[in-house]
Design a protein around this ligand. Structure first.
Ligand code: 13P
Length: 281
């Protein structure tokens, strides 16, 4: 079932576990994720960045692919098709019109007033169509940012202001996590995370899930995180497996064999992630 994230994340918030948001890059990844999560009987959020959508041909191509796979593979778990870091209202509208069930509008590079204005417009369009909306406060950085910070952490005040003025369904407060591998130990502000969670009725999202040690993931979930985004981690285990396969099988040229040699690595890692997150249906 293709659904928005509202029910799965509210259940996660109540049950104190997290739903995995796994980024997809192509048909094979989507198939592996759907098959494995269906086997484990857990809900999943398929994250599609603007770059990945473009790579796969566009939002209509992605929706058609996901819907087709779900039908052909008899996928019965709740699946949310979600734009990851939509940079504009136009991107979100395009994805919603193509059949996405959820969007993240990331207007966090703007001042709070402008972030609110853009987010509010996206919420109005999305909610009329039953689509859920995630927004970002503060700014989640890239790999270098946990040592030379260009990332800015969220404050409770800004989170409340954004929530009260927009009606978003989930919020990603930047609290020290970064995208990609960490240089050194991730430094997450759990205290603020907990305070934001106590003051906001909506589920919280942790971006940059790759490389956060297990104990910190568990702590984040106990502080109210209900959705954790993972991208680099699956890319990393897949590419390692494929590299090994190519080194050991220099004569192989069938792309199905080459791409498929990373299947087990992705599926095994998903099982570890789901177990760590405590995800339930
Ligand atoms: P990682 O690539 O660090 O796992 O982050 C993924 C993410 O936050 C996507 O929004």
């Amino acid at each position: 079932m293709l659904v928005n994230f509202n029910e799965m994340l509210m259940n996660a918030k109540k049950g104190k576990y997290a739903v995995p948001h796994l980024n997809i890059n192509n048909l094979e990844w989507t198939k592996y994720i759907l098959e494995k999560c269906n086997e484990l009987n857990v809900p999943v959020i398929l994250g599609v960045s603007e770059g990945a959508a473009k790579y796969m041909g566009g939002y209509n191509a992605v929706t058609g692919m996901v819907k087709g796979l779900m039908k052909d593979l008899n996928i019965t778990i709740p699946v949310c098709l979600h734009v990851d870091h939509g940079s504009s209202k136009e991107t979100c509208i395009k994805a919603i019109d193509a059949g996405f069930t959820s969007v993240m509008i990331d207007a966090s590079r703007h001042e709070l007033d402008e972030n609110i204005k853009i987010t509010k417009e996206v919420v109005a369009y999305a909610h009329e169509r039953g689509v859920s909306v995630e927004a970002e406060v503060g700014h989640i950085g890239g790999t270098e940012d946990n040592i030379t910070s260009s990332a800015t952490n969220a404050t409770l005040e800004d989170c409340l202001t954004l929530y009260n003025n927009t009606g978003i369904d989930s919020l990603a407060p930047a609290l020290g996590s970064v995208h990609g591998f960490y240089k050194g130990e991730p430094n997450l502000d759990f205290e603020t995370m907990e305070i934001i969670n106590e003051n906001l009725p909506i589920p919280l999202v942790l971006h940059g899930g790759t490389g956060i040690p297990d104990d910190k993931i568990k702590k984040a979930i106990s502080c109210g995180i209900s959705k954790i985004n993972i991208n680099t981690d699956l890319q990393s285990v897949w590419s390692k497996a494929v590299r090994k396969f190519l080194e050991e099988n220099k004569e192989v040229y069938d792309p199905r064999k080459i791409i498929g040699s990373g299947e087990k690595a992705i599926k095994d890692r998903i099982e570890e992630i789901v177990t760590l997150f405590g995800t339930k249906r």
